[in-house]
Design a protein around this ligand. Structure first.
Ligand code: GRF
Length: 199
């Protein structure tokens, strides 16, 4: 059984999809801790509601970046986390966390990376950029996390057509709906290939 830790800053609908898939047996895993930089995130509320440890760790709790990095690593180690999923997490990960979990950190991004990724490309901004560029397709990318925003080996991508009358809002809603199933299918494949790690 794989132990998953989730990092999330916002509503946490992807987190909920993971929790639900663990519960119904689609994933041979459990979500054992959720960390958010946002003390008022829906993600932390969802974790608490599910009886999952919910931690607020941010520059507010740890002004020193090294101390914050260490606190996150300590939390994931204490919870014996094998796989970390960043699902709508808006901060860069610290060097100790990256080195400790290496290829076992996975991010979901709502575009076909490398298009529309990088600093500032989150939430509705991504979908606005797609519409403004006149792209006829967009999609979802699930990738391993390297040091920078939205970089690292791509694990899976799904293409989604952009309709001529799409707005950033309509596109965002449609892509997010597709994200949940695609994230679970991709995690399922990944989990089948890894065994619990010594971290
Ligand atoms: C999703 O679109 C995800 O791809 C992106 O941030 C959004 C998070 O949504 N990284 P939610 O918090 O999981 O509902």
């Amino acid at each position: 059984m794989i132990s998953i830790g989730v990092l999330a800053s916002g509503n946490g609908s992807n987190l909920q999809a993971i929790i639900d898939a663990c519960r119904d047996g689609t994933l041979s895993a459990s979500v054992d801790v959720v960390i958010s930089n946002n003390s008022r995130s829906g993600a932390l509320d969802r974790a608490r509601k599910e009886g999952i440890e919910a931690c607020h760790l941010s520059t507010a709790t740890h002004p020193n970046p090294e101390a914050l990095d260490l606190a996150m690593v300590d939390t994931f180690r204490r919870c014996k986390i094998d796989l970390i999923v960043t699902a709508g997490y808006l901060k860069k990960l610290g060097p100790l966390l990256l080195a400790s979990w290496k290829s076992r950190i996975v991010n979901i991004h709502p575009s076909l990376l490398p298009r529309h990724g990088g600093l500032g490309m989150y939430g509705i901004n991504v979908h606005r950029a797609v519409i403004d560029s006149g792209d006829q397709v967009t999609g979802i990318t699930i990738h391993r996390v390297s040091g920078d925003y939205d970089t690292g080996d791509v694990l899976a991508q799904k293409t989604i057509p952009v309709d001529p009358d799409d707005t950033a809002e309509s596109l965002s809603a449609r892509v997010l709906k597709e994200e949940h199933g695609f994230l679970i299918a991709t995690l399922r494949d990944l989990i089948e290939r890894i065994s619990p790690a010594e971290t």
